[in-house]
Design a protein around this ligand. Sequence first.
Ligand code: SF4
Length: 343
Amino acid sequence: MSQPKKSLTGLTAAEITAAVGLKERYRGRQIFEWIIKGVRSFEEMKNLPAQLREQLETSFTLMSSTVEVSSSADDNTAKIAVRLNDGRLIEAVLLRDENDRATACLSCQIGCAMGCTFCRTGRMGLKRNLSSEEIVEQYFHLRSLYGEISNIVYMGMGEPFRNTDEVIRSVKFFTGADGLGMSERRITISTCGVVEGINKLSRENLQVRLAVSVVTADPVMRSEIMPVTKTNSLTDLKAALLNYQKHRGRRITLECAVIRGINDSSAAAAQLADWADGLNVNVNVIPWNPASEIDFQEPDPAGLEAFCRTLERKKIPNTRRFKRGRGLNAACGQLATELEKDG
Ligand code: SF4
């Protein structure tokens, strides 16, 4: 079988110059400018000589992936299924807030090996890591379908710190002066608590935001529902977050999906608050989103209210998140491509 053509999307101008073997560096910059404008063919790159356009057409492609299905809901959430050039499917989501600010939620792996029991993606297992270019292409697909994007979160399928190098490469594409030049503060990397990755991010000179899906500070319960805890204990996780804050000085978001009978009591909220003591955090309290194949239940509203009140009493800032994207299975922990699930 012939090799698929290399995509130029996701490469900086210098990388395009090298990949195409161009003698004149400004040509690489011209190609890059066309790509970020969103052209769909090399033919449209009118300031390139015809011979170069032909060479590009023969040996390269503008996108290695295609949008298979896109669906949008009334609540400003849209989900796309993206077919990669090896035939696999991934999902990406666009969320629009009340100020009309659009956030792209990108996948970094096909499936996920972390096995969180409340997560649909976790049920797929890991198929493979995505390259930086495959991550970046999701952004361009969302942008061409739904318009300008102001923020990016790595909260789609996969654990970013199990694919750290490619995730950081993609962040550098989005933020670099030779890439899209976005503010690093508009990018959030979300982890289930992989200490090694947090430590690596502490050493990088990047001002991206960090979110940690902590869910519960009960070590026994957390080991049960988030197996990562067995090798990355809550004690080590807290030490890594303190170290991150020492180096980067940024407030950390703690994501807390609240599940009935698992972590929805006031005692669980108090335990979480005690664990977070000494950290500069905001807790995102998210009612867990039901998924047909997962035997958990969403919390009742009164329990959720009491949970937030306990955090407040303990002086832990928190934000109650409301249900979005449910109709599309695009809510937190619900991304799992139907065709890949059992594959
Ligand atoms: S919650 Fe995140 S880390 Fe856990 S299984 Fe799902 S995608 Fe993986």
